[in-house]
Design a protein around this ligand. Structure first.
Ligand SMILES: Nc1ncnc2c1ncn2[C@@H]1O[C@H](COP(=O)(O)OP(=O)(O)OP(=O)(O)O)[C@@H](O)[C@H]1O
Length: 261
């Protein structure tokens, strides 16, 4: 019977539905809180109007809107450039081919062999000391994605990570204290780095440029960012463009170690 055809469900149909749901969820996650959500809603309304005019056989208006929708595809790529970039980055950084994740999946083979190449303890001790003295700081830790495009805005350095050095970089009267310090493996490789600032609207207003810069770099790359607030002395951990909550520095240290492996 024809009307029962819809019951003829294949496993691929279920996978299809799950994939569409996942895609919609990620699109929502990407555009949530940004101006892109309004553009997205606008496009959906125009698309709905176009389909309605087609249904009602209103030839002139439907061909006009249809023409606009075709050109709109190129416009979409331009308008959603940031979001598409973010999406591709998200796919590229979390997929199975990701070097670190790949290694992690096979961790059971050699459990003790895999440790983070960045020694996180001196970094956290430095953050703790800076938090006590309310010294503002922003530290970016590289993972897979290259940070060369931001490093060039600052001063090159090549010094092994250690607590006193980090403390003196961000010391208020130090010429290096402005901007971010970038860490690759166990080395501070750049200071005074200017990071791309996020224009995410959902970031609470109490956070200024320092925190927005940390969100910005973690949106564009898979780097991790630690911020010490000059105003409150609070330490923030930012990953994938979002603030990660933690109870104490021990938990924070464990999370970062896990994220770096
Ligand atoms: N794009 C950027 N990249 C790196 N560092 C930045 C950037 N913009 C601002 N900063 C740093 O943040 C400092 C200003 O911080 P601001 O007070 O605006 O931020 P905040 O998030 O409110 O932090 P705090 O809680 O420490 O005040 C600047 O002096 C500079 O060192």
């Amino acid at each position: 019977m024809d009307f029962l055809n819809f019951l003829d469900f294949k496993i691929t149909d279920i996978i299809d539905i799950i994939l569409v749901a996942l895609l919609l969820y990620y699109i929502y996650k990407l555009v949530r809180g940004s101006v892109a959500i309004n553009i997205f809603i606008g496009i959906v309304i125009i698309w709905g109007f176009w389909k309605l005019t087609e249904l009602l056989d209103m030839k002139m208006i439907s061909s006009m809107v249809g023409g606009f929708m075709q050109v709109g595809l190129i416009a979409l790529i331009i308008v959603f450039q940031q979001e598409i970039r973010k999406f591709l980055l998200m796919v590229g950084s979390t997929n199975f081919a990701n070097k670190r994740n790949f290694i992690r999946r096979f961790r059971f083979l050699k459990p003790d062999d895999i440790t983070a190449s960045t020694n996180i303890d001196p970094i956290l001790k430095a953050c703790e000391a800076m938090a006590r003295t309310k010294t503002g700081a922003i530290i970016v830790i590289k993972r897979n994605n290259s940070l060369d495009f931001v490093k060039s805005s600052g001063d090159k350095m090549f010094a092994e990570v250690n607590q006193p050095l980090l403390g003196s970089i961000f010391f208020k009267n130090s010429p290096l204290h402005d901007g971010a310090a970038v860490i690759e493996d166990n080395y501070i490789v750049a200071t005074r780095v200017i990071l791309p600032v996020s224009n995410e609207r959902s970031i609470p207003l109490r956070f200024g440029l320092r925190h927005r810069a940390a969100v910005g770099i973690t949106e564009r790359t898979d780097a991790l960012a630690l911020v010490v607030s000059e105003e409150t002395g609070n330490i923030s951990y930012i990953k994938n463009g979002e603030f990660v909550l933690f109870d104490d520095l021990v938990e924070l240290g464990n999370m970062i170690k896990e994220d770096l492996v």
